[in-house]
Design a protein around this ligand. Sequence first.
Ligand code: CU
Length: 141
Amino acid sequence: MKMGVLAAVIFCVLLGWGVGRSAETPPAEPAQPAPPSVVMIKIVMDAESRCDNAYDPPVVTVKAGTTVEWINQDYETHTLISSAGGDPCNPKELSPEVRVIDVGQLPPRKEYRKTFAKPGEYLYMCHLPFHHMSGKIIVVP
Ligand SMILES: [Cu+2]
């Protein structure tokens, strides 16, 4: 009789232990951080003579659908327009008909946002006289 009770207790403990073990679930995978939907590019201080270092970061790679925000942290106004590349200190300006990026004036402390839906390479520059500034956005699918 006593042995039967003892056996039952041992059986229950083992069963409970087994149930507890099998009920354990592996820890959930840590969630991947979502890619930022807005990527910021700073127009740096004294940007006008910095060529391919006028923007921080100077080259940005984003997924299609990402919004890029330029913020002017310089003390003077700049423009942002599409460029055909070339010498980073003297990039070639694209004609207005083919410009993807085209911001007339971006005064100090102001920002401009653009969403890039189509994959490709988007070069840009400031087209003010004696401003040597160029940057690049690479949009991947
Ligand atoms: Cu400028």
